[in-house]
Design a protein around this ligand. Sequence first.
Ligand code: HEC
Ligand code: HEC
Ligand code: HEC
Ligand code: HEC
Ligand code: HEC
Ligand code: HEC
Length: 305
Amino acid sequence: MLVRKHSALRSWVVALCAIGWGALVIGGCSEESRYQVLSFFFEGVPKPGEKAQWQQVVHEPRRPPGPKSTPTPVAVAAIPKPKYPPGWLLALVKTLPHDTAGYPDMVAAFKEKKIDPLPGPEQDHVVPKPKKVDEEEITLIKTGKTKCSFSHQVHTTLITCKSCHSAIFKMTIGEKLSMDDCATCHEKIAFPIKGECVRCHPAMKKKAPKEPPKEKLLEGEVKMVRAKSSEAPSMGIPPATFPHLAHRVNYRCYACHPTIFPMKQDDKKPITMENITDGKSCGVCHNGKIAFAGDDLGTCSRCHY
Ligand code: HEC
Ligand code: HEC
Ligand code: HEC
Ligand code: HEC
Ligand code: HEC
Ligand code: HEC
């Protein structure tokens, strides 16, 4: 026990002497001797009179770097042009060719590329070739002497087979047809029966327009039916109106029929605003990206009028 105490005391004395000696050498001696002592222990000690030079430590890579890959250019999103400025529809319709009855001739407009309706809601659809039916031009002369011509190719460029067969027409020849069947569309959406007869009855004479064609818009407005469960009528919001013209110049009929909406009123499920804000029905496009959104209070009256 005693021996241990003694040796501990001795090592304390030695340590204190060493520190004192070191402090004397570094602090109290001449610059020359300080340099000699310090440079014995450390690298890069400045010589007396020389200023310390700090150098950045550079770590050399262990392996030489590979060839530099050229960075792929990041596509800068193009700022979309205001595609639908106020009054765009009337301005567009004014540029379209008209038939002699004064209605916009959508077939000519399509051929002249005045309109280029998309086949689906997305902008990057591949346009499918119109399906040909064996007998492209079916002449329907079943009842009278008026010879009505019906072109499958004109119709299938815009409309899918399902919308007509067998929702409106049976897939047969010889069925007795009336103008009423055609009037499902040829009234307010496509050129009307009371319009230019020769477009359906090629044997009839083409009438020269007595006066220049007037602006007759085929708005094709459909008043939508309200869901019975809705409490909306008491809120005084009129049922929504769907205008075909604004849509058909942008999209082919099969962009919507029958994938998003049925043509016939009977088999449809009433739409609610919840459907729309969930991205269904009108909300497929009216989401603020493709067309104005449905949940913006400023837009309610654009659909409810
Ligand atoms: C705009 C409406 C419409 C569309 C769209 C349409 N058809 Fe027709 N189709 C008709 C009418 C009208 C007839 C004649 C019916 C009659 O005479 O009774 C007909 C007749 C037919 C016939 C019977 C004629 C024959 O040559 O035997 C076939 C087959 C047919 N369609 C197939 C098709 C196919 C396939 C498509 C889709 C690629 C299609 N149709 C799209 C209206 C349409
Ligand atoms: C499902 C809707 C639909 C039905 C049903 C329909 N059509 Fe059409 N038809 C159209 C559309 C849309 C066009 C394109 C022209 C337009 O919109 O004015 C068109 C164009 C035509 C054209 C071309 C005119 C031209 O200038 O080249 C003829 C002819 C025609 N339809 C005849 C008929 C006849 C006849 C029937 C009835 C047997 C019929 N259509 C039934 C939607 C329809
Ligand atoms: C969208 C196409 C379409 C247009 C436009 C159209 N018709 Fe027709 N028309 C038909 C079809 C389809 C029939 C029935 C088949 C048939 O008789 O050839 C028909 C039948 C007729 C018939 C025979 C009716 C019967 O009971 O015998 C007369 C007459 C006729 N149309 C006159 C006209 C006149 C006039 C016009 C112009 C004001 C006109 N149509 C415009 C499609 C059309
Ligand atoms: C893109 C067109 C569109 C816009 C914009 C729109 N709605 Fe609708 N809304 C519809 C359609 C379509 C229906 C179904 C038919 C109907 O009930 O009028 C509907 C139905 C309704 C209903 C009854 C069904 C239900 O959900 O209870 C109410 C209430 C309603 N909308 C309120 C509004 C309000 C409030 C706004 C504005 C914040 C608005 N809508 C904006 C298209 C639209
Ligand atoms: C942007 C979508 C859209 C496009 C494109 C479209 N429709 Fe419609 N269509 C509708 C809606 C929505 C209704 C109403 C359905 C309902 O009442 O549930 C409708 C209803 C109809 C009806 C029934 C009209 C009535 O009074 O009941 C016909 C016929 C029709 N469309 C034909 C066409 C034809 C032909 C084209 C192409 C020229 C076309 N649609 C393009 C959305 C569209
Ligand atoms: C396939 C896409 C699509 C669908 C589905 C669709 N719309 Fe549109 N709608 C458009 C585009 C694109 C416009 C033009 C954009 C604009 O006016 O800001 C438009 C414009 C409109 C306009 C303004 C027309 C004008 O004169 O400026 C109304 C009203 C409208 N839509 C109602 C509806 C209603 C109601 C529905 C559902 C029943 C519907 N839309 C479904 C794409 C669509």
